[in-house]
Design a protein around this ligand. Structure first.
Ligand code: DLL
Length: 436
């Protein structure tokens, strides 16, 4: 279902005109209210009137996460705190979190883009949705919650964690939709299987999965245990939270960006704009945000854009599944690799469980990679008690090594762990561990 055909099926010409008008308004708004942007725009000699077409976007300086940190907590807000209805923050694993704010109007924009995204993913008013993203400062829980209520769904605000209770709720309440990270979805599905719960009888229809990189291979594994259509959901706190882009359930080939609110570009590491179809870093400009507008925000996420209209009827540009974050790319003995590429290669090995962890050891100057994996359930059962010195374990180790060499030209140390020892995720999975 297209939630807002008026906005989601505009012609390119109409959309471009709308984007330009909104960009100018946001430039005006921000330069009047935020000292940081006033100075940055003045230094770049950018005035709203001087932006004549979207090509002029490139004259606007980039914004990066460090700018938000430097103005912690509220220094980049365009309105007095009394006009901010809600605060969220990113996890901030390295130091202070990034704080974001929403006016009443921003919350309405968020509901709108999320309602479009939920509808694109298969949600319909009257259905039940279990939200197993974390509630709190993270934008996942409340972002889905507010929009689901707004569009007329019945919300089960389960929040993250507590896998057994999630399963009980899925069995007893029978929601059609499940929203959580893909790694948690897999964990829920596998736990059900272990509990002897038949997921095919639950009535689940679609899963709204995002907040972390994942792969087509993981999508297949999740669909096989949960019996639903798994849809990729993208967003980030600095721009709004979830609701920036989503796959349509019909086609699931790229994520439709809500372009009338978020203007996308792709740039190379030096910040030079790249043409459609070329892979690079996604840069986003907010076109309607009041409390925390962002100009050319460097997301760090690697993808490409496809402007071809989609069979679903939406005309908005589609971005490819995120490959990873620029700062998560590993350089191992001259080979550049994203954790998601390792995931794709590992999940194609039948005899492995779909769980892995990458350990990067930097204690000896050049980084060394260890790939930790587990045998698949049925393999582990055949083996009986786990013995790491058993020839079958060595054979599996070789198989995995061959696979990574063939697919990625990587030659890491493979560690076959005992079944069910790699940590399972109830939120954003930790795929890479750094040893320094
Ligand atoms: O993760 C917002 C969100 C919540 C999106 C629920 C989808 C569902 P942050 O905590 O600020 O916000 O993290 C944003 O997570 O820059 C990406 O690196 C990553 N990310 C988000 N969605 C995807 C996805 C939320 N579908 C950061 N695929 C982003 C890959 C994703 N990475």
């Amino acid at each position: 279902m297209i939630w807002n055909p008026g906005a989601e099926t505009l012609s390119r010409k109409e959309l471009t005109a709308l984007q330009l008008e909104r960009l100018r308004t946001t430039l005006q708004w921000a330069s009047e209210r935020i000292a940081f942007y006033r100075e940055a725009l003045a230094a770049a000699r950018v005035t709203p009137e001087s932006i004549r077409s979207l090509d002029d976007l490139q004259r606007i300086p980039f914004t990066v996460k460090a700018h938000l940190r430097e103005h912690y907590p509220f220094g980049l807000f365009a309105v007095p705190l009394a006009q901010v209805s809600r605060i969220h923050a990113s996890s901030g694993t390295r130091g202070k979190p990034t704080v974001v704010g929403y006016t009443k109007n921003d919350l309405q924009v968020w509901r709108e883009v999320m309602a479009r995204s939920l509808a694109a993913a298969g949600a319909e008013p009257g259905q039940l949705i279990q939200i197993a993203y974390g509630y709190g400062l993270f934008t996942g829980g409340l972002g889905f919650h507010d929009a689901a209520e707004y569009m007329g769904l019945t919300v089960v605000p389960a929040s993250s964690g507590n896998t057994l209770r999630q399963i009980m709720l899925l069995q007893d309440f029978r929601p059609q939709g499940l929203a959580c990270t893909p790694s948690f979805a897999l964990h829920i599905g596998e736990s059900m299987r272990e509990q002897g719960v038949d997921a095919s009888t639950l009535g689940l229809r679609y899963g709204l999965f995002g907040a972390e990189p994942w792969t087509e291979e993981l999508r297949h594994k999740i669909e096989a245990v949960l019996f639903l259509t798994a849809v990729d959901f993208y967003g980030l706190s600095e721009i709004i939270g979830p609701g920036v882009a989503v796959e349509c359930a019909e086609v699931r080939s790229g994520l439709h960006i809500n372009e009338d609110h978020f203007l996308p570009e792709i740039v190379d590491t030096a910040g030079k704009a790249l043409p459609p179809g070329t892979e690079g870093e996604l840069v986003l400009t907010t076109l309607t945000k009041e409390a925390l507008p962002a100009f050319r925000y460097r997301t760090g996420d690697v993808t490409s854009l496809n402007p071809e209209p989609c069979k679903c009827g939406r005309t908005t540009v589609r971005m490819a599944r995120i490959k990873g974050r620029t700062d998560d790319m590993l350089i191992i003995k001259g080979v550049n690799v994203y954790p998601s590429q390792v995931e794709a290669a590992l999940l194609a090995v039948e005899d492995l469980a779909p769980h892995y962890q990458l350990v990067v050891d930097r204690t000896h100057g050049f980084p060394n990679l260890e790939v930790h994996v587990e045998p698949a359930e049925r393999v582990a059962q055949r083996w009986g008690r786990f013995d790491p010195t058993h020839p079958e374990v060595a054979a599996l180790r070789h198989k995995v090594g061959d696979r990574l060499r063939a697919a990625l030209a990587l030659n890491p140390e493979i560690v076959i762990e005992a079944p069910r020892t790699i940590p399972r995720s109830e939120g954003k999975a930790v795929r890479v561990i750094e040893r320094k």
